[in-house]
Design a protein around this ligand. Sequence first.
Ligand code: ADP
Length: 491
Amino acid sequence: MTTEAVIQINYTPGILVVDDEVRIREACRLVLEDCGYEVTLADNGAKGLELIREQHFDIILLDLMMPELSGFDVLAQIKAQHPDTVVIVITGYATLEHSVDAMKKGAFDFIPKPFTPEHLRVTIAKAIDYTRTLRDITDTRSRLRTLVNRISDGVMCTNHEHRVVLANPAFLRMIGCGAESVIGSCINDFMNIFRIREMINDALVLNDSCADELTEEIPVKGYGQSEELILNVRCAPFRDRSGRNIGVITVLHDITALKKIDRMKSEFVSMVSHEIRNPMNSVLMQIHVLLAGLAGDLTEQQREILTRAHLKIENLSRMTTELLDLARIESGLITLERESVSMSDLIRDQAAFQLPMAASASVEMVIDVPETLPPVLANRRNMEEVLSNLITNAIKYSPGGGLVTVSATVVNDYLCIRVKDTGMGISDEDQSRIFHRFYRVKDEKTRYINGTGLGLSIVKSIIESHQGQIKLESKKGAGSTFSVFLPILNG
Ligand code: ADP
C-alpha cells in the first residue's frame, strides 16, 4: 500500500450533474451511484452554482445547452472561483465545435449526447484518476510545507538559476536574514555568507561520480543573535528524470552547542592529563631510584616487579602526554603558530631518527624524496609528530621485518607524503576505526605490540587542522600505505 493510499481511506468522490433534461440527470444518477459515487443533481445553471458555493464537488457534469444561464457562463464562473474543479461538458451532436470551445475554456473533457452508460463510466473514471493525482500532489505539497516549516534544521531549495523555490524560517534565522520570505529571489540578493553561496554553486555541478553532497562547518552570525553560530552545512544536488542537476537542497544544522561541549571536553581532558602527569613522573623517578639500587639492594623478584611497574607507568605517562597533545590540537592551540616549512629536510630528518628502531626490528627503510619540494604553511612540531607517528607505526606493525618506503610528490595543489609498509595490513572494517581515539586492532599479531591508540587520531586532527587530508590503502596481511595531503603554500 502506498503512503497516499494509507492516508486517503474511505473517500467517496462527489459528482454534481447540471442539466435541464430530467432524463439525462436521472440516467447519470443511476449509472454513477451504481459505481459508488455520491451524486447531486441541479436542473439549471444558477442552482448548480449555488450548490458549488455550498459544497465541494470533485467532478461537475455540465450541459452546455441550457435556457437562461448557459453552460459556458457556468463554466466561466466555476473556473474563476474553483480553478481546480474538474468539469466535463455534455453536448449534443451538432455542437462538437462548442465542446472544443469548452475544452479551451478549461473543461477537462466532453461527452456527446446521446451517450452510453459505459461511455459515461469510462469518462468519469478517467476524471476521478486525474482528480486523485491532483489531490495527491496538493496533499504532498502541503505535508512537505508543514514538515519543512516545522523542523528545527534550516532547509532551502534552489533551482538551476539559484532562485529560491523553498526556504523555511529556521534557514532564514540561521543565515541572519530578516526577510519574511525569499521565494523567487536569487541567493545573491539575501545570502551574505559567501562560502554557502560557493557551496551551492559547486553542488549544482556535482556529478554522480564525485560525492553526492558537499559538507562543511561554517561559523556565521545568526539573525538577532549576538553570539556566533557554528553551522554544519550540507548541499546536495537533485536531478530530473534524465539525471541532469536541476537544483540544490541546502540543509543547515546548528552545531554550536555540540562544539562547545566538545571544547569543554577537550579542556577537561587537558586539565586532567596535566594534573596526573606530574605525580606519575615522580612515581617513575622513584621507581628509577629503586631500580638503580640507590635505596638498597633488590632481590631478583623485586627487580622484576619494579621493572614491570616502570613499563606500565611509562605507557600511562605516554598516553597522558598524547591526550594532552590531542586536546591542545583540538582546541586549535598548537596549530596557531605556523611557518613556511620545507618538507624534504623534515621528512629525511624524521626517517633518519627512526633508523635505529627500524634496524632493530629488521625493517629496511627507503627514502624517496626529491631534493626540494614546494613549502607548506604548517606547524613544524606538528609535522614532525605526524611523520614520527606514521613511520613508527609502519615499523611497529611489521613484526617479522620488511620494507618501509617514505616518499613525497606533488599532486595538483597538494604535497603528498606517503608512508608505505609491507607489514600486517589492516582489515576493511578496521580501516575507518583506527583513526578513532583509543582504537587499537585486537588480534593475535597486535597483542604484544605496545601502544595507546591515540597516535592516528592525533595525526588526523593535525592534518585536518592544516586543511589537509589523510588516506589509507591497506589489505590485511599485505601492508599499508598512509598518504597525507597538505595544501602547498600559494599553490
Ligand atoms: P597505537 O599504535 O598507539 O595503538 P595508533 O592510533 O597509532 O595507535 O594506531 C591505531 C591502530 O591502528 C593500531 O593499534 C594498529 O592496530 C593500527 N595501525 C596503525 N598503523 C598501522 C600500520 N602501519 N599497519 C598496520 N596496522 C596499523
